[in-house]
Design a binder for this molecule. Structure first.
Ligand SMILES: Cc1cc2nc3c(=O)[nH]c(=O)nc-3n(C[C@H](O)[C@H](O)[C@H](O)COP(=O)(O)OP(=O)(O)OC[C@H]3O[C@@H](n4cnc5c(N)ncnc54)[C@H](O)[C@@H]3O)c2cc1C
Length: 386
């Protein structure tokens, strides 16, 4: 084990202990049934792992992004998929940073105990995609309510959440100075909303990941559910992205380590032409390359965590960590398929499942091109391209 992998060993040991109750067969069955890993998420919640970043005064552990990232990494490294529950860890940050004292007292203790799930964030729309400031969903104030109309796409975990953070335009684009102004965020009580202005249509997709189209037709949200100031919602969403990106980088590092370990184990054992396949450099070099790239991505993940936890700007590091980790995990996934030969395609080896799961992170929550564009513009000072 490397020095970087040994950071937070007690945390890792506790998570591995919990994960022993959820072996590969558990996640395989959930995947085959296109189900939700309810028992696993409950176990993580009961042990307090999803509340590590919530301050102690609200019932959480009051730890940093570094510790939170270890939780996410270990879930994926032990064969699971943190995508089922990672929203619970980072969505609450929006409430914590920008919510009123009353909103924090109302929601955070329930989120910390797991009684309330805030696993969903509704940003992406079908007609505007990555160009978020052009979004078409509107929330218009009428007395003590906002009335929401519009559509979202790819909104995850709605069927396994009590609450959702929603981004909508409250001032028309034509009436704002900058396109990033005039959007607001709301906390939506999903139990009150579904069937009363909100329709949820699941999207069957490549991964067993619960994600949906949302249709809003005169959905009423009480004004007290506005988070922070009206018109500043886009900035609030951006504030939360560094934590999200770093946590997802950690998940990818967990995946990459899982693939490297599985590839190395298989390459040591599988004998063809009277020798272990791993004796051939054509088989061992790609696995060694995956290990090197994973370790490099991990260093950038720790850099992002250190800056974030020291309340320093970390946009570049969080984006670069996500880029490197998502690339390392997908390359390790591809090599794992190749190393396993035909068995890489057999569901009972779990390689194909993890391959599908880790592929997502080059597209969501932000695509690789958009990270490159961020670095080109904000780090290298190249001209803005859009
Ligand atoms: C399984 C899944 C779960 C998701 N969960 C959520 C969720 O919970 N909440 C939520 O709000 N969203 C969610 N998303 C949406 C996700 O964030 C978007 O899919 C992603 O940001 C890309 O947006 P898009 O799909 O609209 O692609 P588009 O914006 O249409 O882009 C398509 C491709 O073109 C590239 N591209 C576009 N413009 C440029 C440019 N100017 N320069 C270079 N390349 C460009 C992109 O990089 C991308 O590769 C999820 C998506 C998936 C697949």
């Amino acid at each position: 084990m490397t020095a970087t992998a040994e950071r937070h060993p007690e945390l890792r040991a506790a998570l591995r202990d919990l994960s022993k109750r959820f072996p590969d067969e558990y996640f395989r069955k959930v995947d085959e049934a296109r189900g939700y890993p309810e028992e696993f998420v409950d176990a993580l919640t009961e042990a307090g792992w999803l509340a590590v970043m919530i301050p102690e005064e609200y019932g959480g552990a009051g730890l940093g992004l570094a510790e939170a990232s270890v939780v996410m990494e270990e879930v994926n490294r032990c064969g699971g998929n943190a995508g089922a529950c990672h929203g619970q860890m980072y969505n609450m940050g929006t409430l914590l940073r920008h919510g009123s004292l009353e909103q924090k007292r109302r929601y955070l203790p329930g989120i910390a105990s797991g009684k309330l799930r805030l696993q969903s964030m509704g940003v992406t729309e079908p007609t505007t995609g990555t160009d978020t400031t052009q979004l078409k969903t509107t929330a218009l104030r009428k007395g003590d309510r906002y009335v929401v109309n519009g559509q979202k796409v790819w909104i995850s975990r709605v069927q396994h959440s009590d609450l959702m953070i929603l981004l909508a335009r409250t001032t028309p684009l034509a009436d704002v100075k900058r396109k990033s102004e005039g959007m607001s965020i709301f906390i939506v009580d999903l139990h009150q909303a579904i069937g009363k202005g909100l329709t949820v249509r699941p999207i069957r997709n490549m991964v067993n990941h619960e994600t949906n189209e949302l249709f809003f037709e005169n959905l009423e949200i009480p004004t007290e559910n506005l988070i922070g100031e009206e018109g500043k919602g886009f900035k609030y969403i951006l504030d939360g992205l560094n934590a999200e990106r770093t946590l997802i980088a950690a998940e990818c590092i967990g995946d990459a380590r899982w693939f490297v370990a599985r590839s190395a184990a298989y390459a040591r054992e599988r004998r063809v032409f009277d020798r272990p396949i791993g004796q051939n450099q054509g088989v061992q070099f790609p696995i060694a390359g995956n290990h090197i790239e994973t370790e490099a991505a991990d260093l950038m993940r720790w850099r992002a965590c250190e800056l974030f936890d020291a309340k320093q700007p970390c946009g570049a590091e969080a984006n670069m960590a996500k880029y490197l980790a998502a690339k390392a995990s997908f390359e390790a996934a591809n090599v794992a398929i190749q190393t396993h030969g035909g068995f890489g395609f057999a569901c009972e080896y779990d390689v194909e499942r993890k391959f599908r799961e880790t592929r997502l992170y080059q597209v969501a929550p932000i695509s690789t091109n958009l990270i490159l564009s961020y670095v080109a513009e904000h780090v290298l000072g190249l001209p803005r391209s859009f």
